[in-house]
Design a protein around this ligand. Sequence first.
Ligand code: NAD
Length: 245
Amino acid sequence: TRVRPSSKRCAVIGGSGFLGRHLVEKLLDRGYSVSVFDIRQSYELPGVTFYQGDLCDKQALLAALKDVSLVFHCASPSPASDDRALFERVNIQGTQTVIQACIESGVQRLVLTSSASVVFEGTDIKNGREDLPYAKKPIDYYTKTKIEQEKLVLKACDNQKGFLTVAIRPHGIFGPRDPQLVPILVDTARRGKMKFIIGDGTNLVDFTFVENVVHGHILAAERLRADSPICGKPYHITNDEPIRF
Ligand code: NAD
C-alpha cells in the first residue's frame, strides 16, 4: 500500500509573495512544515524549504510536492500586468499543471486563492454571495483567467480519488508588507490626486486584513474532508465591516 504523505507537511505555491509569506508564517506557527514554490525567493525562514521554479513546469513542481499532503496555490502574475499571454499561461495552463502535479504526488487537499472580482460585472455588489454567477464580461484579462483558474480547481475536486479542493475569494487585501494597495493610495494622495469623490460619497469597497485572509485559507484547509460541504466550493472572505471611503 502507498504511504500517505504526513498531514503536517504543506506547500505554498507563490509563498514568496505578499499573501503567501503571511500564510507561510502562520502555518509555521501552527506546527506545519512548509515548502515554498515560487519563481523567486524573497526571504529565508527556519522550517521553510524553498523550491525555485515556474509553476508551469511539472517536473519542478513534483520535486517540491514530494511528501506534501496539503497545497495552497496563491501565485499569480501581478494584476497590473497587461500581458494576456502570461496570464493565460500561468493562471490557466499553469493551474492545470498544478492540479496534475498534485494528483501525481498524492496531495490530498488543494486550496486556491481566487478573487472576488470573478463575480464582478461592473455594477455594485453589496453582501454578494457565492451563488452569484461568474462575470460574463470580466473587467480585465487578469480576472478572466482567475475565473478559468477557479473553475479548473473546483472541477478537479474528487471525493472518490481523495483529492479535495476549495477556493477562497478575497477582494482587496491590506496589511504589513503590502506592496501595492496602501503604497499606491499614499503615493496618489501625496501627489494631490485623491481630492475627488467617486459617486455620492456612500460607496463602499471591501478590503480584508491579510491575517483574516490567511485565517480563512487555513480554516478551509483544515475543514476540507471527504464528507465536508465545502468540497469543490468557492468562499468569499471579508472583515466584519467594509471600509467607507
Ligand atoms: P504577489 O505578487 O505578492 O504574490 C504572487 C507570487 O506568485 C509572487 O511571489 C510571484 O513570484 C509568484 N509567481 C508568479 N508567477 C509565478 C509562476 N509562474 N510560478 C511560480 N510563482 C509565480 O501577490 P499577492 O497579492 O500575494 O496575491 C496572491 C494571490 O491572491 C493571487 O492569486 C492573487 O490573484 C490573489 N488576490 C490578491 C489580492 C490582493 O489585494 N493582493 C486580492 C484578491 C486576490
